[in-house]
Ligand binder design. Structure first.
Ligand SMILES: [Zn+2]
Length: 282
């Protein structure tokens, strides 16, 4: 069986029942047992072993949960969050067991950094529920950390798979097409629309395969497959640099890392790779 998506996994017990009790959360944060995530250059620090780094807690604001050994785990608010290519090279070093927690801490800390004011009335909001919500003292609106769903999909026709290149991809990289789900849309409708817009194909049999969080900044990648009714493409070159069909042999060769492969496969932390691995195994 191909591996699970990189950012999927249990992470840690989020202990939702504790979040409603601020005294309990504060008590945990100030207890000698609690640990606090170490950050470095605007990202959770990753040690030589690929594991996240921790220090004794100093009353941090955001409660991440309880780890498998029963240790309360926190992170402090961050004054800045890094972005750009440096982040993606860091992912190559990250241990997959710690990946869900990395994603949670990064998205949550960034959300607090970017959402300090009420979207309803503009007043400064207050952190509640151990950092899993912000409440407005002026209008009582409650705001929750956002999750932005993105559909990412492989279309199949005649035993071949459709993959595309975005303009910013590394040389020879091809990957699954993707796009944000819009309000009022189902996952199935969104997959069909994205493939129609970017590749000019009509699809049927949209099937969910797997999902994973993608903390840049707070997406949920919803991985699907679909069957194309035709092999004829009409690529939107504004969105994509190229899109084409690849055979099963070409996909196998790319995933195997062959130097003469028809394309360079997406990296292990991308759910596109999981989708390709699952398709090949099917
Ligand atoms: Zn308000």
């Amino acid at each position: 069986m191909p591996p699970e998506p990189f950012f999927a996994g249990p992470g840690l017990d989020r202990a939702d029942s504790l979040r409603a009790d601020p005294d309990r959360i504060r008590g945990l944060a100030q207890s000698g047992d609690a640990r606090e995530l170490v950050w470095e250059n605007g990202l959770p620090a990753i040690g030589d072993s690929g594991k996240l780094q921790w220090c004794p807690a100093s009353d941090p604001a955001l409660f991440l949960g309880i780890d498998s050994a029963g240790v309360p785990s926190f992170t402090a608010l961050q004054p800045e969050i890094a972005g750009g290519p440096a982040v993606f090279s860091l992912l190559g070093m990250l241990d997959s067991e710690d990946a869900p927690l990395f994603a949670t801490a990064l998205s949550l800390a960034r959300w607090h950094l970017r959402h300090r004011f009420c979207a309803n009335c503009g007043s400064e909001t207050q952190i509640v529920r151990g950092g899993w919500s912000r409440r407005c003292p002026a209008c009582s609106a409650e705001h929750f950390p956002r999750v932005d769903p993105v559909v990412i999909m492989l279309a199949e026709h005649d035993g071949k798979l459709l993959l595309g290149r975005q303009h910013h991809y590394p040389p020879r990289r091809y990957s699954a097409l993707a796009g944000f789900l819009e309000v009022g849309e189902t996952i199935e409708a969104s997959v069909a629309r994205e493939l129609r817009e970017e590749a000019g194909i009509e699809v049927t049999d949209v099937t969910y395969v797997a999902s994973q969080p993608w903390p840049f900044p707070s997406s949920l990648m919803v991985g699907c497959t679909a069957r194309s009714l035709s092999g004829e493409l009409k690529v939107d070159y504004g969105e994509l640099e190229d899109a084409r069909w690849f055979t099963r042999e070409q996909v196998a060769s790319a995933l195997g890392g062959a130097i003469d492969a028809a394309f360079q496969a997406p990296p292990p932390h991308a759910i596109a790779r999981t989708l390709l691995e699952r398709w090949l195994a099917s």
